[in-house]
Design a binder for this molecule. Sequence first.
Ligand code: GLA
Length: 721
Amino acid sequence: MGIVARDRYWLLESGSTAFALGLDDTGVLIQTWYGPRLPRFEDYPAALRGPIFAMEYTMQQTHQDLATGEAGASDERSIDAFSDSGLRGFVLRFEAAAVEGDTLRLTLRDDAHGATVTLTYRVLEAFGLISRSVSVRNAGSAALHLTRLFSGTFYLPQSYEFTLNHLDGRWGDEFRMQREPFIHGVIQRESRRMTTSHGGVPYFAVERSAPGLGAGEENGALWFGSLDWSGNWKLLAERTRDGRSIVHLGINDHDFVYDLKAGEEFAAPDLFFGYTEGGFGAMSRSWHDFVRERHAPRRNFVPPVVYNSWYATLFDVNVEGQSALADKAAAMGVEMFVIDDGWFKGRFHDRAGLGDWSPDPRKFPQGLEPLADMVHARGMKFGVWIEPEMVNPDSDLYRAHEDWIIHFPGRERTLGRNQSMLNIGRADVQDHLIDTFDRLLSGTAIDFIKWDMNRNISEPGWPSHDRDQREIWVRYVEGLYRIWGELRRRHPNVIWENCSGGGGRVDLGMMAITEQSWASDNTLPPARLDIQEGYTQLFPAATMAAWVTDEHKDAFPLDLRFHVSMAGALGVGGNLLEWTADELETARQHVAAYKDIRPLVVAGDLYRLVSPRSGAFSALMYVAKDKSEAVLFAYRLLPSRPLRNPLIRLAGLDENALYRIVDSARVLVGAQGSNPSGYPGTSTRSTGGSDGALSGKAWAQIGLRLDLGDLDSTIVRIKRV
Ligand code: GLA
């Protein structure tokens, strides 16, 4: 485990992942292995250049760790630049290596440019992951202009066929799981919208395509990785003519230039990657542990039960209305009351106000304090919604600083949701926003911020920038991290929720600076089950804000709506003033039950048992790390044909320990065959001991069946006896 360095060769082993690099005798850094761990150091392949074929040169099939395209190589490159000296591209040779504990640092050099490239690999043993970062320093005298710098290039084992799994989407339909075989040529997935975008997450999970050799939920090989970045990204899955499969992932090079004047350095975002033979479930569990225990700003954070007033009141907010909602929320057991959009100056609709972050005097004549006090007096914490990166043309900020807007001079400024984007790549705009929100957070007792971002970029210009304007794609995101990081530093107790018109900016970059993310504006249970399955491929349930709203409330029972949200960070967003006494009481009971199971949901291991993509019935469970207990969630939507609820085989339990179902009211069988007809309502019988306990292995092999009708759901607790 860890790093072995020997004879100009470096082997990194982390959990089930092995990754190896070596130098050929001319100092080219060659990636020799990415996949399962092999028994001996000597087993790993030597660092050799590729064979020579007619009309091709040796670099063509050489697995350069940073593909430069030198010496006639014509596959996709990892790095590219041009220099004011007239020189283009890179030729990189080894300069130095250093191993310090779990970190390997390799320096390569381009003599003609006088540039150095530093690759840093870190073994994250506890999670079976490895991180990689790359930076370029211009140590020469002429300015360099970077046009591509991917954070990672991965050569998959040769002669296999592969299938790419990724997440696709659009507004209201985020985290859609996609599976596509590599094609000859390149599959390209990307964002060009300045944010990660609803259109996907910078992530790949590659499995073998051969029948029977692909990955399942709990079996099969997967090569996977994700980028620590919240801006434009690009994923290339390349199949070369000679049958090699290569994956590149990094900042998008679309419309991208980054200037490196003499002495300057640029660091690409970190990329985390791994390999497992335990399928998607094992992959997800390593991502979840990594985010919760290492990457998140607050380790092992337990999300509060949130009430958010957006769906109830839209822009129509004031002290009285919010107080009335807060009363109901408090009685329900809510822990965090959040006032959404509409509280600030001039914000009566979405055509004005963004940019002017003081309470609207007509709605809140004495500021937000009376509401904050009232919420606190009811034993809840208090949160507010902001959208710092945005400005409406109808705002004092816009009128004072038209030049702060991202735009192309002489061209129309396209509005999105009636708003423009501030250029937060600029240091003065960053300072303004840090001051503004520092004041807001210092002046009122605010415990929680929902930070929204509700449009895509247009006219990505920065006319006053004294460097290449296309740096905006990177400097904007760096500015975002600076503002957010500084506010977090100054207000360490505030909890931050990430939102972008739903899940338009969910990625490892955001996981590092926020406690939770709003997965989608779509809160319908059938959509949510799919979205949540996609979201949790990478991101833990603890970060997945999930509210019960009133959308199509007549079509979906309240229990079902709660059970869907309880599989994440539960929130409530309905208009509680319109809920009946029965509904409020049911909700109170669900909130109490959630608090009971919350430790399992937010800190447990996720096992997806039946995918919602497989039909109307789905199930998942969270198992405590010490395997002492578990909670099972099961849902039955509206099947289009007769459906017998499938047998659910529990997963993740200790095979030899005995487990009992705590509340078995909805459990039809304790052993196979006890319920031959399978229809709800059939009489049931438990087997095992007199108390119905079975071994973990029996629950996994034999399983259970649930008594669920249409649009029905349940939560079942399982405890070790
Ligand atoms: C976006 C968010 C919503 C809400 C509105 C407010 O659409 O996703 O949750 O905050 O903005 O304008």
